[in-house]
Design a protein around this ligand. Structure first.
Ligand code: CMC
Length: 432
């Protein structure tokens, strides 16, 4: 029996009744505090994928998966995407409030003051094989950055935290662009501090030392909006990884490198490139969308519709809604006619009217349309997850900082229900 009353939940079994306090969030979510469960009652909980487990209290981002709402520090994602810049959103996530004009100018100038990499890091890029996946380079270079900034490793020192967060945010686009240039055998382009965050990244990605690079304002703004939409999403797999690594008091660079590796997987940030692979396959296979919807429903077939479904959203992902409109708009303004957009729209329409997807509340997620826009801006598919990582960085850092500052934080150390052999005697090799 499970009873809820004000501030408490009681669990009864036979004669025994156990009481647990509850914690109510500002948006009304109720968490049952089971922190004394093992100590007082010798029981633990089992929750695969942590689908029912809150690991912390957080004030960074709110997601309502039933209504399809997303807010950073209380501000609606739709408003931020329409009106803010990416550095402004990064400041908001990191500091809790939107910057004043003067604060934003100071933050942008701090960022542009730290865009260069230590020249010694260039040897590391050179050491990777030609064609190395840029996500592998990105996380390796982020971990390697920790070796240049050992003086900022102490997570308990506010000045060190500030210096390391500025450096990582300033340098990640340079790392990403170097990783790309390495993979195509072109010379590295150095940052230009007269340009805004997204424009500078574009010139490092697509510029060449032999000729001037013209920034297309449509492309620069589209990139900024995409980065804003990816900037945070509360306790997702990569952010939880950053928090878990950081809970051991590992430095910021090491913690974020861990998050990048978690992001790489196709069920998480790797889905944006998987979507393009899937749409291209459908296109090359004659564009028969029904065949792929049928495959996704077939339990014998491991195929899933990439860019569909979400652990939290059981309604439209608000980012996907924004991106769907944005994709048509950007493609039109850039004069790009991408046959994959038509396939994506058809696929969405078929899936949304199919009982399998309706019953399971599977809607397009952020990755479904983002790849289409990245592609139209000229980014190669292997860079898509890197772009997601650049966007997600402020969220990772805001959560890492919040975790470090929270007096309730303890090292992350889940329990297990042991299911292996019971005790047995060792048998010598010859007797096995
Ligand atoms: N295609 C077909 N069936 C699906 C899909 C899909 N994309 N997603 C979920 N299902 C089915 C799943 O088979 C299961 O069916 P049943 O109840 O019959 O066993 C049911 O829906 C629930 O799925 P789940 O796998 O238990 O859900 P989850 O919360 O563990 O996983 C997910 C969420 C996002 C990993 C999953 O929906 C998925 O694999 N989607 C495709 C990959 C993708 O687009 N990932 C990006 C996620 S959003 C941004 C990000 O995090 O990076």
């Amino acid at each position: 029996m499970f009873n809820t009353s004000d501030g408490e939940v009681t669990l009864s079994s036979g004669e025994k009744t156990v009481r647990f306090p509850t914690v109510t969030g500002t948006e009304g979510d109720v968490g049952i505090d089971i922190s004394k469960l093992r100590a007082d009652h010798k029981r633990i909980t089992l929750d695969y994928g942590f689908a029912n487990t809150a690991a912390c209290r957080s004030s960074v981002t709110f997601v309502n998966g039933d209504t399809g709402e997303l807010r950073y520090r209380g501000y609606r994602i739709e408003d931020l995407a329409a009106q803010a810049s990416f550095p402004e959103v990064a400041f908001l996530l990191m500091n809790g409030e939107l910057p004043t004009k003067a604060e934003l100018e100071e933050y942008e100038s701090e960022l542009s003051g730290h865009t260069l990499l230590n020249e010694e890091m260039k040897r590391m890029f050179d050491a990777f094989p030609r064609g190395a996946h840029p996500m592998g380079i990105l996380s390796a270079a982020t971990a390697a950055m920790s070796t240049f900034y050992e003086r900022y490793h102490n997570p308990r020192d506010a000045e060190s935290v500030k210096e390391s967060t500025i450096r990582l945010m300033a340098k990640l686009p340079t790392v990403a662009a170097f990783a790309y240039k390495k993979s195509i055998g072109q010379p590295y382009m150095y940052p230009r501090n007269d340009l805004d965050y997204s424009s500078n990244f574009l010139q490092m990605m697509f510029g060449l030392p032999v000729e001037p690079y013209e920034i297309d304002p449509v492309v620069a703004r589209a990139l900024d909006v995409l980065l804003i939409l990816h900037a945070d999403h509360e306790q997702n797999c990569s952010t939880s990884t950053v928090r878990l690594v950081g809970s051991s008091e590992a430095n910021l660079f090491a913690s974020v490198a861990g998050g990048m590796n978690a992001l790489w997987g196709p069920l998480h940030g790797g889905a944006n490139s998987a979507v393009i692979a899937m749409l291209s396959e459908i296109d090359e296979d004659g564009g028969d969308v029904d065949k792929y919807v049928a495959r996704a429903k077939d339990k014998e077939d491991p195929f899933r519709l990439m860019g569909f479904g979400h652990r939290v959203y059981k309604n439209f992902d608000p980012r996907a809604k924004i991106l769907k409109e944005f994709a048509s708009d950007v493609l039109e303004r850039l004069g790009v006619n991408d046959p994959l957009l038509e396939i994506a729209l058809k696929l969405e329409e078929h899936a949304l009217t199919d009982d399998y997807f309706i019953e399971r509340k599977l809607y397009p997620n952020v990755d479904f349309y983002s790849g289409m826009i990245f592609r139209s801006l000229g980014f190669p598919v292997r860079m898509f997850t890197v772009l997601f990582a650049i966007g997600r960085l402020p969220g990772w850092m805001a959560h890492w900082k919040e975790m470090i500052e929270d007096p309730n934080t303890r090292i992350g150390r889940p329990r297990q229900v042991y299911a292996g052999h019971t005790e047995r005697d060792y048998v010598a090799t010859g007797d096995r």
